[in-house]
Design a protein around this ligand. Structure first.
Ligand code: HEC
Ligand code: HEC
Length: 257
């Protein structure tokens, strides 16, 4: 049967619009596929293992990642970036103590001790670092996207002020420093506001900051002996000159009255 003219026209529209839309769809699919695979951080075995630990321990009953989960506790999408790896390791290793000290009076809720093994923690950090590198277009607010150049050396070569180093390396997540315009309230390590009074000297501080495990037990600040493993070694993140200038700055810290 011959179709009426209008119906023929409608059919033509239908067919050609469908063809155009299918082509547009295919082009966008291929383009997004290449965009994602080009920018996607690599999933290693550790990342995969970390995801399992994350799921086995129901972290999402309390936390969110990538906008999914519960709002009882902090968003963990960029936690490695905003808090630093050492801090996250410290919280996962010894949660009750540390969280009570960390958010004094602010939060009555605490992070439970999930009895994670060192391997679990290593894997979780790999997983959270991976999540942190996913381009979330600035989500959650306040955490800018990590660029992959920053991976090995946190600090650019060359001279950089000790205050910027302290901010970049997140010393303040663990240390209270109220001097020289700094105003941090970390409570995992000793208060450094008046470090000059400890008479440590620049060389000692270079060792402490570069590689804390090189300091003998007998020299650790009183009360912090059991927390020795919590401070990360920073020697790979700083050049020798930067480390020395940071140590000199810390050595001179004096509480401002
Ligand atoms: C029962 C609830 C609960 C579970 C389950 C839980 N957490 Fe927490 N977590 C908390 C609370 C509460 C805090 C401290 C307050 C806050 O961050 O809001 C916290 C803090 C943290 C922090 C520090 C965040 C920051 O920016 O200060 C990290 C990292 C963290 N948790 C990781 C995990 C991981 C990984 C898991 C799973 C292995 C997990 N948590 C399971 C409740 C929980
Ligand atoms: C994850 C937590 C954490 C981070 C991050 C951290 N520290 Fe520490 N720091 C500790 C702990 C815990 C101790 C006490 C145990 C020890 O001395 O190793 C400590 C001890 C110290 C001491 C020794 C003070 C003394 O005289 O006994 C200095 C100095 C110090 N940190 C400087 C820094 C600087 C500078 C940074 C940033 C580049 C930094 N820390 C980052 C946890 C941390």
């Amino acid at each position: 049967m011959e179709l009426p003219r209008d119906a023929k026209r409608a059919k033509g529209w239908f067919v050609w619009t469908s063809v155009v839309m299918i082509v547009v769809f295919l082009v966008l699919t291929v383009q997004s596929y290449y965009y994602v695979t080009r920018n996607e951080p690599k999933v290693t075995d550790a990342v995969d293992a970390g995801k399992r630990v994350f799921q086995d321990n129901n972290c999402m009953d309390c936390h969110t990642i990538l906008g999914d989960g519960a709002y009882y506790a902090a968003d963990l999408t960029k936690v490695i970036h905003t808090r630093g790896e050492g801090f996250v390791r410290a919280v996962l290793k010894n949660p009750p103590d540390i969280t009570r000290e960390l958010w004094p009076g602010k939060y009555k809720r605490i992070m439970p001790d999930l009895h994670l093994t060192d391997q679990n923690i290593k894997d979780l950090i790999a997983f959270l670092s991976w999540i942190g590198k996913v381009d979330t277009n600035g989500w959650p607010p306040g955490s800018e996207v990590l660029s992959s150049e920053n991976e090995s050396k946190t600090m650019p070569e060359g001279s950089i002020s000790p205050v910027s180093m302290i901010n970049k390396l997140k010393c303040g997540a663990c240390h209270t420093i109220k001097a020289q315009g700094l105003n941090t309230i970390g409570a995992i390590g000793p208060d450094l506001s008046n470090e000059s009074a400890r008479n440590r000297g620049v060389n000692w501080l270079v060792r402490q900051i570069g590689n804390p495990s090189s300091i003998p037990d007998s020299e650790v600040a009183t009360g912090y002996e059991s927390k020795r493993m919590l401070m990360p070694a920073f020697k790979n993140q700083l050049t020798d000159d930067q480390l020395k200038s940071l140590a000199t700055f810390i050595n001179n810290l004096k509480e401002e009255k």
